[in-house]
Design a protein around this ligand. Sequence first.
Ligand SMILES: [Fe+2]
Ligand SMILES: [Fe+2]
Length: 135
Amino acid sequence: MTFMPWRDDLSVGLESIDEQHRWLLEATNRLHDEMSQEVRHREVIIEVIEGLIDYTVNHFIMEEELFYRHGYPDADAHKALHDHFTKTLLEILSHYEEGKEIGAEVLELLKNWLVQHIMVVDKAYVPFLAEKGVA
Ligand SMILES: [Fe+2]
Ligand SMILES: [Fe+2]
């Protein structure tokens, strides 16, 4: 079973953003699948986490670039949430690279953060960007 399937209510209504969010869910699913293996392959898990961080950071930059280009009033607050999550991801990575284990709580954290952020924080910028003609 897919750990974090895409659901239509996650759509913010902007195709390029939805596509990136879908990718973030897929990366979370890949991490879940790798962590569920009977024998965990540390190098593979590290690679998946690195890929997730990489893509997440690029996605955040893309959103923030849109905010600042169009003068979104909540840009700084939104960016602060992005920065905090990036920090959390980097902490998870270094924790794991130090040889410590990570468990289901990490997957739950990723899932909850992504759902809450997309549903509430990302959806909040959509009417503003739509008004600016961003489709
Ligand atoms: Fe987003
Ligand atoms: Fe965001």
